[in-house]
Ligand binder design. Structure first.
Ligand SMILES: [Zn+2]
Length: 251
C-alpha cells in the first residue's frame, strides 16, 4: 500500500501536465501504479471536485492573480520584447530569448507556467529561442495587445495591473531588463590603473514603455536618465548596486 498523499500528489502533478515517466521517477513509483491511480475511480472523483483552473480575469468578479510576482516579471518580458498573436485561432504569447542565456529561458518558461500556461514550447531559431504558450486567456492578462507594433500605439496599464506592478516593481523591471536591456561594464585605464563602471541600459522605441520602466525605477529609489531618445540608462554607482538586487547580469 502506498500512502494516500503520494496518490494525491501524482494526481495533482498529472493535472499540471507532468508526463507519467516524470511523475513515476520523481515519486519513486512504477508507471503502472501511476496510470492505475490516474484513471481510477478516485482520480475521476477528484477531477470532478477540483476547482477548474480558469482565467482570473474571466471569473465574475475577477479574482486576484495567484502569483502576482511572476505576473509582474512576465508583463515586463512581454512589454520589453514579447509578442501576443491574437489573429490565430488560439492566441499565442511569444518571448524571444537569446540562446546565450539559458537561465533567462528557464525563468521565462517558469513565469508563463506560474501565471497561466499548462504547456510551454521552446522554438529554436538561429541565435535565439522563442518561448511560447497558447491560451485563449493571454489577451485577458495582457490587455496591451493590439494591432501593429507596440511603439506605434499607446501603451498604458489597466487599472487592475497598476497595483500589481507597483507592489512588484522589482520583478517588473527585471522582466524589462531581461528582455530589452543589458548590463555592461565600461573599463577605463588611467595611469596604469583600470577602473570598471558597470551600468544598465534599457532600449525601447515606445516612450510609454520607457515611462513605465522609469516609474518603477522611481518606486525602487533607483536614479536613471535618458541617454538617448530610446535608451534609459542607470549608471550611478549606488543606483547600479540597487538595481543589481533585482536584475543582475544575464546568464
Ligand atoms: Zn480570460
Amino acid at each position: 500500500m502506498h500512502p494516500p498523499e503520494l496518490r494525491d500528489q501524482a494526481i495533482a502533478m498529472h493535472g499540471n501536465g507532468v508526463p507519467f515517466r516524470v511523475i513515476s521517477q520523481s515519486l519513486g513509483l512504477s508507471e503502472h501504479t501511476v496510470k492505475s491511480w490516474l484513471y481510477g475511480e478516485r482520480a475521476r472523483r477528484m477531477r470532478e471536485h477540483a476547482p477548474r483552473r480558469r482565467c482570473p480575469r474571466c471569473a465574475d468578479p475577477p479574482r486576484p492573480l495567484e502569483d502576482p510576482e511572476s505576473y509582474s516579471y512576465l508583463l515586463g518580458l512581454y512589454l520589453g520584447d514579447g509578442y501576443l498573436v491574437t489573429t490565430a485561432r488560439i492566441p499565442v504569447l511569444r518571448v524571444a530569448c537569446t540562446a546565450a542565456y539559458p537561465h533567462l529561458i528557464d525563468l521565462c518558461e517558469a513565469a508563463m507556467r506560474a501565471v497561466l500556461a499548462k504547456n510551454v514550447q521552446r522554438v529554436q531559431q538561429p541565435g535565439c529561442v522563442s518561448v511560447q504558450s497558447y491560451s485563449m486567456h493571454w489577451p485577458c492578462l495582457f490587455p496591451q495587445h493590439g494591432p501593429g507594433r507596440k511603439h506605434l500605439r499607446p501603451i498604458a496599464l489597466a487599472d487592475w495591473q497598476e497595483p500589481i506592478v507597483d507592489a512588484h516593481a522589482g520583478a517588473f523591471v527585471r522582466g524589462l531588463f531581461h528582455s530589452d536591456g543589458c548590463r555592461t561594464t565600461n573599463r577605463v585605464t588611467v595611469s596604469g590603473r583600470t577602473y570598471q563602471y558597470p551600468r544598465y541600459m534599457f532600449f525601447n522605441e515606445s516612450a510609454d514603455i520607457i515611462g513605465l520602466c522609469g516609474r518603477s525605477l522611481d518606486r525602487l529609489g533607483i536614479e536613471w536618465r535618458m541617454s538617448r531618445r530610446n535608451t534609459l540608462s542607470v549608471a550611478k554607482r549606488a543606483a547600479v548596486a540597487r538595481l543589481d538586487e533585482f536584475v543582475g547580469p544575464k546568464t
